[in-house]
Ligand binder design. Structure first.
Ligand code: NAP
Ligand code: GDD
Length: 349
């Protein structure tokens, strides 16, 4: 394959951000190549709507099997695809799971990034064609925050195996940028959510429960720390910032956030009130959802991305909660209808 101006390779394309990013890139005319893991049942629900008939010559989305544990497989793929932009979104991304699977998380979320960078570097050196690289860094790296709001220069204090792995991934990306003249940028993204959010992250867990409680499919919602605060934005807005970073002449690191923080309790209040319910009647605390070390407060200062890239969030906290509840209410109604009709409900996510 020869290098064309707009060819992107996206790891984590089956995830929340990958699906929005693929939509954005296809909309901008890119040829998009995505890495998917082989699974015993389909795992492409979030991007199925983007896949047209594989025999249709106009299709610009291509999926390739691979895994972040397989460095030589990644190198072969990148050499074959010859992308001009690479977005590394794949990760074991769940903070609580990382306490149960610390070694696995380090391997995927940490070392997986080094494998991607090495594959990109070798391909660039071999072909002489520049490749721009985006790394999905995280506000979790700030952890037990040493200052607020958090900026690009706030020191890291990771509080979970996931966050430690992300600090490694962030630092190795900066190191490749400085050592090999790679156009590699890190987006330090604060929490971002959507109706496509995985349903074990707190916002989606809440919006799913609100929908199911409202239609009578569920009685209670069990949560952990309600006082924890996050700077929550909409994933659809945040993928635009990723793309903008790779359009700059120089690579750099940027905090992406709304600049507003809310507690899990406030998210519950907003979601339940959207369907005229009081969260206090349904939410109970289950210590199983507490973490061995917690991140209590995150608040981002996105001045740099606003002024340098002209990026700003479009969806507010309230708009996000309402969007998620409305979508999950519809999903719950479908689930209820299917159940009432005696069919097994096959939801998309
Ligand atoms: P997500 O929904 O959990 O998606 C993770 C993606 O990684 C999925 O496509 C998953 O594939 C893939 N993946 C996991 N292990 C892999 C492996 N061994 N090899 C190849 N692919 C693998 O995460 P997200 O919310 O979209 O987040 C995207 C990235 O941004 C992640 O790196 C996350 O850590 C980071 N981040 C997220 C946020 C946020 O608030 N969402 C904030 C800051 C940073 P399967 O579908 O097969 O599981
Ligand atoms: N998941 C979950 N489940 N979280 C709960 C629950 C619960 O039942 N109850 C309270 N929480 C609290 C968590 O303790 C945390 O303080 C907050 O809700 C948000 O949890 P998550 O939605 O799981 O997200 P996260 O902040 O730990 O991590 C997410 O954001 C990071 C960026 O800051 C993930 O998307 C990471 O991949 C991302 O890097």
């Amino acid at each position: 394959m020869s290098t064309i101006a707009k060819r992107a390779f996206v790891t984590g394309i089956t995830g929340q951000d990958g699906s929005y990013l693929a939509e954005l890139l296809l909309g901008k005319g890119y040829e998009v190549h995505g890495l998917i893991r082989r699974a015993s049942s389909p795992n492409t629900a979030r991007i199925d709507h983007l896949q047209s008939d594989p025999h249709d010559a106009r299709s610009r989305l291509f999926l390739h099997y691979g895994d972040l544990t397989d460095g030589s497989g990644l190198a072969k793929l990148i050499q074959a695809i010859q992308p001009s932009e690479v977005y590394n979104l794949a990760a074991q991304s769940h903070v609580k799971v990382s306490f149960d699977q610390p070694i696995y998380t380090s391997d995927i979320t940490g070392l997986g990034t080094a494998r991607m960078l090495q594959a990109v570097r070798e391909t660039q050196e071999h072909s002489g064609q520049p490749i721009r690289f985006y790394q999905a860094s995280s506000s979790e790296m700030f952890g037990k925050v040493v200052e607020s709001p958090q900026t690009e220069s706030t020191p890291f204090y990771p509080r979970s195996p996931y966050a430690v792995a992300k600090v490694y991934a962030h630092c190795i990306t900066v190191n490749y940028r400085e050592s090999y003249n790679l156009h590699a940028s890190c987006g330090i993204l604060f929490n971002h959510e959507s109706p496509r959010r995985g349903d074990t992250f707190v916002t989606r867990k809440i919006s799913r429960a609100v929908g199911r409680i409202k239609v009578g499919l569920q009685d209670k919602l069990y949560l952990g720390n309600l006082d924890s605060k996050r700077d929550w934005g909409f994933a659809g807005d945040y993928v635009e910032a990723m793309w903008l970073m790779l359009q700059q002449e120089r690579p750099d690191d940027y905090v992406v956030a709304t600049g507003v923080t809310h507690s899990v309790r406030e998210f519950c209040e907003r979601c339940f009130s959207r369907v005229n319910l009081d969260y206090r009647d349904f939410v109970e605390i289950d210590p199983r959802y507490l973490r061995p070390a917690s991140v209590d407060y995150l608040l981002g200062d996105a001045s740099k991305v606003r002024t340098t890239l002209g990026w700003k969030p479009r969806v507010s906290f309230e708009g996000l909660a309402d969007m998620m509840v409305d979508s999950d209410l519809e999903l719950a109604q479908q689930e209820k209808s299917a159940r009432d009709a005696g069919h097994e409900y096959v939801g998309h996510y």
